[in-house]
Ligand binder design. Structure first.
Ligand SMILES: Cc1cc2nc3c(=O)[nH]c(=O)nc-3n(C[C@H](O)[C@H](O)[C@H](O)COP(=O)(O)O)c2cc1C
Length: 308
């Protein structure tokens, strides 16, 4: 196992990570092979691509545009549906030596429940509720922006499954803190902060939006300071652990999130752009940082920037 070091391990609401890194949802497709590869290369846990009840085709191309400071994507949450995907989830569980969290979504609380139950039955270690996708109607951030709807979804899933429930929040709201409080009150075991920032790009030659869906979600370096700030604010108000996500490209970025209050981090765009070596670099960097600062565990870094 890559870098087995007790000081790097994190117990995140019952998820035992060998180090504080996870693959963010949606980055490496649906099959087991690339996930097995990142596990070998130092990734501490994976979040799968988001899955719902029935198969979805997603949007027409172009679905991704490089925006110089990151990617804007509007994939439309394509997925094979949980019944087909459950087999893949079982295989992931029997193949991967690291925790597997299924990212789930639905178009009602009942659908979130049905998909979560099937994912848990397939053996996953936890579910992450995608209540934050910014580009699909009647799900994602349309549910996650509204405390009442969010509350309904979180409560329903929490009563239906006995595995850790992570809630992935959207930054496309006036107050992420309010949503974080709501999710915590309704039983969320951890929060993932954050999903992509609503954005668009226009082609100056055609004069038209580039993405087929026009609007998408910005990820990558440009959103890191926004995500760090949300993690910092939420850490001051909730007790449950936070997974920091948004623009992490190297160990310094990861440590910044830990200092802000994240217990672990998720990495997305950097894996898509630079490959699976990112996890090893980040984990080695965190370990060096801990040695330099005389820290014995990752937990000692968490929230340090809140010292007064
Ligand atoms: C191509 C692409 C597909 C994504 N698909 C999903 C998804 O299916 N579910 C989800 O919750 N987030 C999805 N995301 C959002 C990422 O999980 C992550 O929250 C976001 O990209 C910010 O992190 P990053 O800057 O490290 O990429 C996707 C992001 C990208 C770039």
């Amino acid at each position: 196992m890559f870098l087995k070091d007790a000081g790097l391990s994190v117990d995140l609401a019952g998820l035992r990570l060998i180090n504080p890194t996870m693959l963010a949802s949606g980055i490496l497709g649906y099959s087991v092979e690339p996930l097995a590869e990142i596990a070998k290369r130092g990734c501490g846990g994976v979040v799968t691509k988001s899955v719902c009840l029935k198969p979805r085709i997603g949007y027409a191309n172009p679905t991704i545009v490089e925006a110089g400071v990151g990617l804007i994507n509007a994939m439309g949450l394509p997925n094979p549906g949980i019944d087909e995907y459950a087999e893949e989830l079982s295989e992931m569980k029997s193949t991967l030596p690291i925790p597997v969290v299924a990212s789930v979504f639905g178009f009602s609380a009942a659908e979130y429940v049905a998909v979560s139950k099937k994912a848990v039955r397939a053996g996953v270690d936890g579910v992450e509720l995608n209540v934050s996708c910014p580009h699909v109607r009647d799900t994602g951030s349309e549910l996650g922006q509204d405390p009442l709807l969010l509350s309904k979804v979180v409560r329903a899933v929490k009563t239906a499954v006995d595995k850790p429930v992570l809630v992935k929040l959207t930054p496309n709201v006036t107050s992420v803190v309010e949503l974080a409080r709501t999710a915590e009150r309704d039983g969320a075991d951890a929060l993932t902060i954050m999903n992509t920032v609503k954005a668009m790009a226009i082609d100056v030659e055609t004069g038209m939006p580039i993405l087929a869906n026009q609007v998408g979600g910005l990820s990558g370096p440009a959103i890191k300071p926004i995500a760090v700030r949300h993690v910092f604010d939420v850490y001051e108000t909730v007790e449950i652990p936070i997974l920091g996500c948004g623009g992490i490209g190297d160990w310094r970025d990861a440590v910044e999130f830990l200092l802000a209050g994240a217990s672990a981090v998720q990495i997305g765009t950097a894996v898509a752009m630079r490959g699976v070596g990112v996890f090893g670099e980040v984990v080695r960097g965190i370990r060096k940082y801990m040695r330099k600062k005389g820290l014995r565990s990752v937990g000692e870094i968490v929230g340090l920037s809140h010292r007064r």
